[in-house]
Structure formats: structure tokens, C-alpha cells
Design a protein around this ligand. Structure first.
Ligand SMILES: *Cc1c(COP(=O)(O)O)cnc(C)c1O
Length: 211
């Protein structure tokens, strides 16, 4: 599965984040040995443990909701935080970035799903916070992340991805105009093909790769 998926994504110029939450180090090493170097975790504690136990050339992404008091644990090494959903968290990441003398790459998680449970900015909140986000010195805002509704209805998913793409495009044109802003993280095991069609540049895939 890995090579086939990787070839498809490489052809489309889409980056693969292998979502390794709940998976063993041995299972992660199987993908590592096939060449995968980017892994994503949704819990800080698990991310920190795996980072210390596994090869140091792995780029670790945090994809799950982040609490303020946990930022300090990932700040020294995290390669990309996908799930920045408030100004408070972005400020904390910048503060910890400064302490660690690094600029931490982040994505802004935008709420696109109709489901109520998902985290993320709504467009009004984002518009209000954008100037303060841009002023943060020790984060680099590299793009946006979105999660679609968990549904079999492709129409709903496509509509949500189209909304995500247009918000991303709008912010890229008007607010985050540097070259660095180029990542649109959307698509998981069940909807990555629709996501790629809709303009995703980075997919987060777990179950499909590890089953
Ligand atoms: C678990 C998870 C994924 C991967 O989900 P799969 O359906 O296993 O591919 C992607 N993104 C986030 C934020 C996740 O928590």
C-alpha cells in the first residue's frame, strides 16, 4: 500500500504525513524502512515519547488539538503543528519558539465541517486575529489545515474542501503573501482522493497505511 500511495501522491506533488497515533514503534519503523520520514501524532505525550525513541531524522508533525500548557514539550523539535486554532495557542507557540531559539512552523486549522465537534477557526475569528498572528515573531505560518465531515456523502466532502481551498486562497492572496505560505493540509484515509482533486498539498493518512 505504501509505495502505491506514495507514487500517486508524488505524481500530484502532495506531501504524505503518515499518521502514526496508537501505532507501535515497530510498525512505524516498517514505513521508515520504506523511506517515509514524516509522521504525525495527535497527542503530545505520545509524540514526545516516540520522538525520543525513534530515528532522529524523522520530521514529527502534531496534528491534534493542542493545550497551552503542553506547547513547551513539543517546541524543541516539532516540524509542523497543523492544529493551531486560537490566538492564545499561536502566542504560546511563539513564546516557546523564542525560548528554544527557533521559529516554529504552523498551520491554522480552519473549521469547515458541518459537524459541531471539530476544532478550528471560523472565518470571522480568523479575520479578527490575522494581524496579531502575522506579528508573531517565532512562528512561521505555512498554511492551513481543514478536516471534512465524517460522511459517505462525497458531495458534502467536496463542498467542504472547496470552501477550505477558497479560504486558503483568499488568505494567501491578501494576508499571508510570503512564499512560505504554501501548505493546504486536507485529506485522510477516507477522503484523500477528493482532497487532492480539491487542491490539497498535504494529506494526513493513518488507517490506510497501517492496516
Ligand atoms: C487520526 C487523524 C488522521 C488520520 O486518520 P485516518 O482516517 O486514520 O487516515 C488525520 N488527521 C487527524 C487530525 C487525525 O487525528
Amino acid at each position: 500500500m505504501y509505495q502505491k500511495l506514495k507514487t500517486f501522491l508524488d505524481d500530484e506533488d502532495v506531501v504524505l504525513v503518515a499518521v502514526s497515533k496508537t501505532r507501535s514503534n515497530a510498525a512505524i519503523m516498517e514505513l521508515y524502512d520504506q523511506g517515509q520520514r514524516i509522521f504525525g501524532e495527535n497527542r503530545v505525550q505520545e509524540l514526545v515519547a516516540k520522538q525520543s525513541e525513534l530515528p532522529q531524522d524523522i520530521a514529527w508533525h502534531l496534528i491534534g488539538h493542542l493545550q497551552k500548557n503542553k506547547v513547551k514539550y513539543v517546541a524543541p523539535f516539532v516540524s509542523l503543528i497543523h492544529s493551531v486554532d486560537s490566538l492564545t495557542i499561536a502566542q504560546e507557540i511563539s513564546k516557546e519558539g523564542s525560548k528554544n531559539q527557533r521559529i516554529i512552523p504552523i498551520l491554522l486549522q480552519v473549521k469547515i465541517a458541518m459537524e459541531d465537534s471539530k476544532y478550528g477557526w471560523d472565518t470571522e475569528q480568523l479575520a479578527e486575529a490575522v494581524d496579531e498572528l502575522k506579528a508573531l515573531e517565532n512562528v512561521e505560518i505555512k498554511g492551513m489545515m481543514g478536516m471534512g465531515t465524517f460522511t459517505d456523502d462525497e458531495g458534502i466532502t467536496l463542498q467542504e474542501f472547496a470552501t477550505m481551498k477558497s479560504i486558503y486562497q483568499e488568505y494567501k492572496e491578501h494576508h499571508f503573501t510570503s512564499e512560505a505560505f504554501q501548505v493546504l493540509s486536507m485529506g485522510m484515509s477516507g477522503d484523500y482522493e477528493l482532497a487532492v482533486k480539491s487542491g490539497s498539498t498535504m494529506v494526513r493518512i493513518g488507517s490506510l497505511l497501517f492496516s
